[in-house]
Design a protein around this ligand. Structure first.
Ligand SMILES: NC(=O)c1ccc[n+]([C@@H]2O[C@H](COP(=O)([O-])OP(=O)(O)OC[C@H]3O[C@@H](n4cnc5c(N)ncnc54)[C@H](OP(=O)(O)O)[C@@H]3O)[C@@H](O)[C@H]2O)c1
Length: 282
């Protein structure tokens, strides 16, 4: 029996990853959440895990073989992740969800320091560096309601392209890495979808999938950042800069190399999501 702790199990990658692991059989899947009562996923053991409660980390990770670490996007993330790693024995394999070109995430070097905490640990590790998730288009916390209610996809892209990636493909790579640590130890995967798409092309695919008019609005950064503050604002502003610099444009073949099949296209993802953009999750 493999035991795997999936932090961030309620999140976009956590849900499909937990489903894949639970479907394997012979895997005990612990679904880490700061609100474990809200974890209702078949075959998943709800497990209290919060970055704000280090005292609970040891119990959440007790006797596990592998941990999927969803990086908390906050300035103290390097210390938090290092702290979690500190309670894991070296035989526990760690798979970190990072992002593409983590070394270019601002003056604090915070994202690359998170990666370094993982890659310098005594013990095995795999780093996942995905591009932008297709699921931000269907997540009510991001674009879903704007697309459905306003027919708008506001994004300050200035003609840039993104090789949107389906989190189900990230989850498939993560599952392989978590369950076959010997094969994936010491490897960093750059995880993308199959094709670079502009935002107007993305809006056109959303329009076709939902049967509504959807227009890309090339808003200003100030408009896109409205309602954000502090570190989140700084990080989001930098992310838009990086989009325009083409950081998320180039597709890789890492999904196919690891899973044996090509990554899902945005068209496939949107067909699975359905016209109300609620599917395509696990
Ligand atoms: N979005 C992208 O395009 C993208 C691209 C590359 C890398 N990344 C990285 O991926 C990581 C985020 O991973 P993710 O997208 O899988 O996580 P996510 O969807 O952002 O969820 C993260 C956590 O938010 C909490 N949460 C609060 N309200 C929620 C709700 N209504 N539904 C679900 N979760 C809720 C959950 O923790 P609790 O259960 O503890 O409340 C959940 O685990 C970040 O490090 C980010 O930088 C993202």
């Amino acid at each position: 029996m493999d035991r795997v702790l999936v932090t961030g199990v309620r999140g976009k990658t956590g849900v499909p990853l937990a489903a894949l692991l639970a479907a394997r059989g012979g895997v005990e899947v612990r679904g880490g959440s700061s609100d474990p009562r809200s974890v209702d996923l078949p075959g998943v053991v709800p497990t209290a895990f919060s970055w704000d409660d280090p005292d609970g980390w040891r119990a959440a990770a007790d006797d596990v073989d592998a941990v999927f670490v969803v990086r908390p996007d906050r300035l103290d993330a390097p210390d938090l992740v290092a702290g979690l790693l500190g309670v894991l024995p070296p035989h526990v394999h760690v798979v970190l969800l990072s992002e593409r070109r983590a070394e270019e995430t601002g003056g604090h070097d915070w994202a690359v320091r998170v990666e370094r905490a993982v890659t310098s640990r005594e013990g095995s590790w795999t780093v996942l560096r995905p591009g932008w998730f297709m699921q931000v288009l269907t997540d009510p916390r991001f674009f879903r309601d704007l697309v459905l209610d306003d027919g708008a996809l506001p994004f300050p892209s200035r003609g840039a392209r993104l090789a949107w990636v389906d989190v189900r493909d990230i989850a498939a790579v993560a599952a392989e890495a978590l369950l076959a640590p010997d094969v994936h130890d010491g490897v960093t995967y750059e995880i993308t979808g199959p094709e670079p798409l502009s935002l107007p092309e993305t809006a056109a695919l959303l329009a076709a999938a939902t049967g509504r008019e959807v227009e890309h609005r090339d808003v200003t950064d100030a408009e896109a950042l409205e309602g954000t503050g502090g570190f989140e604002r700084e990080l989001t502003a930098l992310t838009y800069d990086r989009v325009r610099a083409g950081v998320f444009a180039d597709p890789t073949d890492d999904v196919e190399r690891v899973t044996g099949r090509p990554p899902r296209s945005l068209r496939t993802f949107l067909a699975d999501a359905g016209p109300d953009l609620t599917g395509g999750v696990a």
